[in-house]
Ligand binder design. Structure first.
Ligand SMILES: Nc1ncnc2c1ncn2[C@@H]1O[C@H](COP(=O)(O)OP(=O)(O)O)[C@@H](O)[C@H]1O
Ligand SMILES: N[C@@H](CCC(=O)OP(=O)(O)O)C(=O)O
Length: 375
């Protein structure tokens, strides 16, 4: 039976360091995707490259750094990118469709349902949805910036059978191969760890943005959403089909045995937190290792203006993000009882329960400390 897959192509695979689109590369990837499409699979493409494709035409000597300059470059480059994909896919008789998304399109239920419906219809008609961030309207606070995270969210949204993040490196190594020549490739990752995150560095080229680190972040989102992924290189004809069949040049990440329910995945990865709770060591341990609810006794501080039912981020005293949860208290209520016992809390506040965040509405997003399995 046909599978549903999401393929993500990074700027470094489509453009040169000095800017401009490499049309041969666009054609090559379109052909790779067309062969999976012809085999009966549904393919969605998340592509970067708008800024890199457009900045030279606007007169910038190198990839611009300021937000409004990047947005202007993307406005030029996105059109060039789509035109190149349209042409390349049309050659295989495939219709390409443009979809531009921003973070609120995932966090807002109505908007995400609209996007899903459109995507479902396109797939039903055998078109290939081509997705990028809507760079011209995304402001700094809500920007993905790189498309690795976007591709992981798309893959979970459409319940993909697999996510293929293609880049200029044939997998995740124990260190950035550009800087650590003796780094070795990690073939398979079952569990994400802090150690793996430390091994992954930033972007390797002047046009790429996220580097391996953002791909590990994306892996976390996809794995906990129940989507297995591949990070690697597709450079020769047949490489994408090989990646798909499990013999690709790259690293495979298993879909997590601890995949979250749709509601928890939303809380952990799609929601926009309305505030932050700073907790003490005891609460950190209770949340991360003992599967307990967050009680007022472990809360030191509340930041932001949030209300019962909102999602808040939970951090430790050192600022490390531990996870997110749905708060039952408003900001002023947390402030009023921070550090107090549950008994005292129920005396002081008119709340039905003393838990600030119930464990059923809590999602740990920090990585496990233990080593990942890699050979
Ligand atoms: N541990 C690592 N393993 C492999 N590549 C790494 C690692 N750490 C950093 N990198 C760098 O990440 C780069 C790929 O990311 P990036 O430049 O953002 O590409 P893309 O545009 O495809 O997203 C590689 O070229 C490499 O230099
Ligand atoms: N939306 C931007 C993505 C920027 C980018 O460089 O992303 P990536 O190559 O995935 O690290 C663009 O199209 O230029």
């Amino acid at each position: 039976m046909g599978k549903r897959i999401v393929v993500k192509i990074g700027s470094s695979s489509l453009t040169a360091e000095e800017g401009g689109l490499n049309r041969n590369q666009v054609r090559f990837y379109a052909d790779e995707i067309a062969s999976l499409h012809a085999a009966g699979h549904q393919v969605l493409l998340v592509t970067s490259g708008a800024i890199a494709a457009g900045f030279r035409q606007l007169g910038y000597a190198s990839r611009p750094k300021l937000v409004h300059e990047k947005q202007a470059a993307a406005a030029v480059g996105q059109a060039l990118l789509m035109q190149a994909y349209q042409e390349a896919f049309n050659a295989s008789g495939i219709t390409a469709a443009q979809i531009l998304l921003t973070r609120p399109d995932f966090s807002n239920r109505g908007r995400s349902q609209n996007a899903t419906r459109t995507i479902e219809e396109l797939l039903k008609q055998r078109a290939v949805p081509i997705i990028n961030e809507n760079d011209t309207v995304a402001v700094d606070e809500i920007k993905f910036g790189e498309n690795d995270g976007l591709s992981a969210l798309v893959a979970t949204l459409v319940k993909a059978d697999g996510l293929y993040i293609l880049t200029d490196m044939d997998g995740v190594y124990t260190g950035d191969p550009r800087k650590t020549p003796d780094a070795v490739r990690i073939e398979r990752v079952e569990v994400l760890s802090d150690e793996l995150y430390r091994m992954a560095g930033g972007a390797g080229s002047a046009v790429g943005t996220g580097g391996m680190r953002s791909k590990i972040e994306a892996a976390r989102i996809a794995m906990r959403g129940g989507v297995p992924l591949f990070v690697g290189r597709v450079a020769e004809s047949g490489d994408l089909a090989a990646a798909f069949s499990g013999t690709g040049k790259g690293t495979y990440f298993a879909s997590s045995s601890s995949a979250l329910s749709a509601k928890k995945h939303w809380v952990g990865f799609l929601s926009v937190p309305q505030g932050r709770l700073v907790v003490d060591d005891g609460a950190e341990e209770a949340l991360l290792s003992r599967g307990r609810s967050l009680l007022p006794a472990g809360v030191r501080l509340a930041e932001g203006d949030f209300h019962p039912g909102d999602v808040v981020e939970v951090v430790n005293a050192g600022g490390r993000v531990l996870g997110r949860g749905v708060t039952h208290f408003s900001a002023w209520q947390v402030t009023a009882v921070a550090g107090m016992s549950s008994e005292e809390t129920l005396k002081r506040l008119d709340v039905p329960r003393a838990e600030v965040i119930h464990r059923d509405e809590w999602v740990a997003t920090s990585l496990a400390k233990e080593a990942s399995s890699h050979e």
